[in-house]
Design a protein around this ligand. Structure first.
Ligand SMILES: NC(=O)c1ccc[n+]([C@@H]2O[C@H](COP(=O)([O-])OP(=O)(O)OC[C@H]3O[C@@H](n4cnc5c(N)ncnc54)[C@H](OP(=O)(O)O)[C@@H]3O)[C@@H](O)[C@H]2O)c1
Length: 260
């Protein structure tokens, strides 16, 4: 069995850039998302005869997704050496007025699939004393998010889960890292229709490749938490130090339509 880097959310945005950065290491790649053409294009770009890149379309909201991924890895003759959980999306709008199924699907992708894949592959990494996990969280993990309640809460879970695992694996030769970007230029905001808010208008936007490079570098350096940009480290510190009521008011204000 040969090692492979398994990346979810590889068809777009930060995940695609993480795949490009990880491919520089010359390890086999498994690229997961739902958009087959985008995955195929990336696999063609990154794959080499000696170091293949495979495109696996998998809907991570489906209950058997983790099992199917593990079985296919075994059939392909590779094991998950590094797992990058980047797939995720947001639902914008008051919780009581938005589609319940979409919120539950968000939890399935942002939390359940991330947790299941981590729990499936982490024991093997620990046994081999190598590899690790990058979970893509967000600076939203440091505040509650009116109008994006489940998304902010899902990222709080990712941050907490990942920090705890990082402590558990210390000294095993395995690294577990939470990559926490602020606002990044990707399809994310169009997809959840958050576009006309003050948040989108005012927030300084990062570049997905720079975020991916910082995340991968931090992971290889054994860091538990990577918040790539200074402005985002300041925002997280502010959200942690300010009274929760003020943070809630600020986030709610940022989520209002720009121009109100
Ligand atoms: N953009 C930001 O400002 C920002 C900030 C902080 C954190 N993040 C986090 O970064 C991660 C990547 O987001 P992005 O900004 O790069 O957005 P993006 O361009 O929309 O990428 C989202 C990725 O998640 C995949 N995905 C979504 N639902 C899926 C499902 N059911 N099954 C399989 N894959 C699924 C998408 O695949 P398909 O398109 O093929 O379905 C796509 O590859 C997310 O976890 C997001 O929460 C983003």
């Amino acid at each position: 069995m040969k090692p492979a880097i398994v990346i979810t959310g590889a068809s777009s945005g930060i995940g695609r850039e993480l795949a490009r950065v990880a491919a520089r290491e010359g390890t086999a790649m498994v690229l997961i998302g739902t958009s087959q053409p985008d995955l195929d294009n990336l696999a063609a770009e990154l794959g080499r005869a000696d170091v293949p890149a495979q495109a696996w379309p998998v809907d991570l909201s489906e209950r058997d997704a983790g099992q199917r991924i593990e079985e296919k890895l075994t059939q392909t003759g590779v094991y998950c050496d590094v797992l990058v959980n980047c797939a995720g999306f947001g639902v914008f709008g008051p919780a009581a007025e938005t589609d319940r199924d979409q919120h539950l699907k968000l939890l399935d992708v942002n939390i359940r699939a991330l947790t299941e894949l981590t729990l499936r592959f982490l024991p093997g990494m620990i046994a081999r004393h190598r590899g690790g996990v990058i979970n893509v969280g967000s600076i939203t993990s440091s505040a509650p998010g009116p109008k994006m309640s489940t998304y902010f809460a899902s990222k709080a879970y990712v941050g907490s889960f990942t920090a705890a695992l990082a402590a558990e694996v210390r000294g095993t030769g395995v690294t577990v890292t939470c990559l926490c970007p602020g606002v990044v230029r990707t399809a994310f905001f169009e997809r959840c229709h958050v576009g006309k808010t003050w948040l989108f208008k005012l927030a300084p936007r990062g570049n997905a490749l720079a975020i991916a490079e910082a995340g991968w570098r931090g992971f290889r350096a054994g860091k538990r938490l990577v918040i790539p940009r200074l402005i985002d480290r300041i925002i997280v510190t502010g959200a942690t130090l300010l009274p929760k009521s003020l943070v809630l008011w600020l986030v709610a204000a940022l989520m209002r339509p720009a121009g109100d």
